[in-house]
Design a protein around this ligand. Structure first.
Ligand code: SF4
Ligand code: SF4
Length: 425
């Protein structure tokens, strides 16, 4: 990264020393984990470039958009509808929260037994290391799990323009009505932020843009059915992570180009690992950038990950929005219908998630499931027990793991994961 960026980071109020340290760790991890893989698709070079410029060129693009009068909106959850943000003339970026930072400072504000994702979102703010967070004109929080909903009360004192979205916890008529009224309220807030009305034209265009992005990532997912797997789980996860902050149209083109390449690989029976390599579905908590711990362990232990039942994965990206409506109201209804299908563990009961896991096991021909739970994440850890039981009853081997972002348990996890993979052979 060039010196020009330092001026940009200073302007954003980042702590340059802390930021250098973060980039050093990120760059080193990327080098060791991604660039050491064999047989990567050529198209992944685009993502290597994106990652090398994650705090550089992409931030410059966002700041250029701001100079031109466009607003930037940051979010932490797949329930924040990008369609509405785009239709109001703003840009949505996901705020990653995938690494520990400034933990001692965070633990002065949050209990120690808070999940790593929430702690990370505070750490990036308190440590002044996230240019996305500092570029955002509005941060959207959501009342999902208890940890998040209470943490936003404290985060509201740290960031300038926090908007909190209320979300249903039960899928019922009332739950759907709440989601609908919250999306209407969000539309009004977005219009107030940008000064531009959401019109039927802008909303239709926005739905089509986001649908194209989701269709591309879904196309990539489906290609992972092949044996040998044409792309590693690590690279597929990376594409799912970049989904949240790249320019949507450029992301869509890049993923479609990789898919063209993967289709050729499949026709030639070429893969990243030999045919017959044990295949694993990962299910559970989101794995945000740069949280690559689990797939790295799995794919250096003799297995390949063929799908992610996760918000950074198929839970977040599947299901397109019906773009056939003609009025804003019709399209807003279609948006509610699409997001209402997200089977996050905050819902009770949540049978759709188990159905989706089983469907993914069959579709991607997985030999087993690893349930990934972040320590102190009550919704997913609670669900992991009945899910393990139900899958085992269907003779789908399942391993429940509970971890955080630290590297202290890597050895122990590797031993358990190797034993699990052995069982799948
Ligand atoms: S797991 Fe639930 S709360 Fe977390 S990002 Fe996904 S939908 Fe949002
Ligand atoms: S990982 Fe679990 S506890 Fe953490 S924010 Fe997501 S749902 Fe909440």
């Amino acid at each position: 990264m060039t010196e020009d960026y330092r001026e940009m980071w200073t302007h954003l109020g980042l702590d340059l020393d802390a930021h250098d340290a973060l980039l050093g760790v990120l760059g080193g991890a990327y080098q060791d984990i991604f660039l050491s893989q064999k047989n990567r698709p050529e198209g992944m070079k685009y993502f290597d470039f994106v990652m090398s410029e994650v705090h550089g060129l992409r931030i410059k693009e966002l700041l250029d958009e701001k100079k031109a009068g466009r607003k930037i909106v940051g979010s932490y959850c797949v329930f924040v509808p990008e369609e509405i943000v785009l239709a109001a003339g703003a840009t949505l970026v996901g705020l990653c929260s995938g690494a520990d930072f400034a933990t001692p400072e965070v633990e002065k504000l949050l209990p120690r037994n808070t999940c790593a994702l929430i702690k990370s979102s505070f750490g990036f703010k308190l440590g002044k290391v996230c240019p996305y967070l500092e570029s955002a004109d509005m941060i959207v929080g959501e009342n999902t799990c208890d940890g998040k909903k209470k943490a936003y009360e404290s985060l509201g004192h740290l960031v300038k323009n926090l908007y909190v979205m209320d979300l249903p916890q039960v899928k019922s008529d009332q739950g759907r009505a709440l989601l609908k009224s919250e999306y209407q309220r969000f539309r009004t807030a977005m219009e107030a932020l940008t000064g531009a009305a959401v019109t039927s034209e802008s909303l239709k265009q926005a739905i089509q843009t986001v649908n194209a992005k989701r269709a591309a990532i879904h196309r990539l997912s489906i290609l992972r059915k092949a044996d040998p797997a044409p792309i590693s789980g690590l690279d597929a996860l990376l594409a799912n992570q970049v989904f949240f902050y790249d320019n949507p149209a450029r992301f869509t083109d890049s993923v479609n180009q990789i898919c063209d390449e993967l289709e050729k690989r499949i026709a030639e029976k070429k893969g990243v690992f030999p045919a017959g390599t044990p295949r694993i579905l990962v299910s559970g908590c989101p794995q945000a950038v740069p949280n690559w711990k689990l797939p790295f362990i799995v794919e250096t232990s003799g297995a390949v990950i063929v799908g992610e039942e996760s918000c950074v994965g198929e839970r977040g990206a599947r299901n397109l929005t019906d773009a056939s409506g003609e009025t804003v109201d019709e399209m807003m209804d279609a948006i509610v219908d699409r997001y209402y299908q997200v089977d996050c563990a905050i819902f009770t009961p949540n049978p759709q998630r188990l159905e989706h896991i089983q469907e993914m096991v069959a579709t991607y021909r997985a030999d087993g499931v690893i349930h990934y739970g972040l320590q102190f994440c009550q919704p997913y850890l609670m669900e992991s027990f009945p899910i393990e039981k139900a899958l085992e009853e269907k003779k789908i081997p399942t391993l429940r793991i509970e971890t955080d972002y630290s590297m202290e348990d890597v050895g122990q996890l590797k031993t358990r994961i190797e034993a699990f993979i052995e069982q799948l052979r």
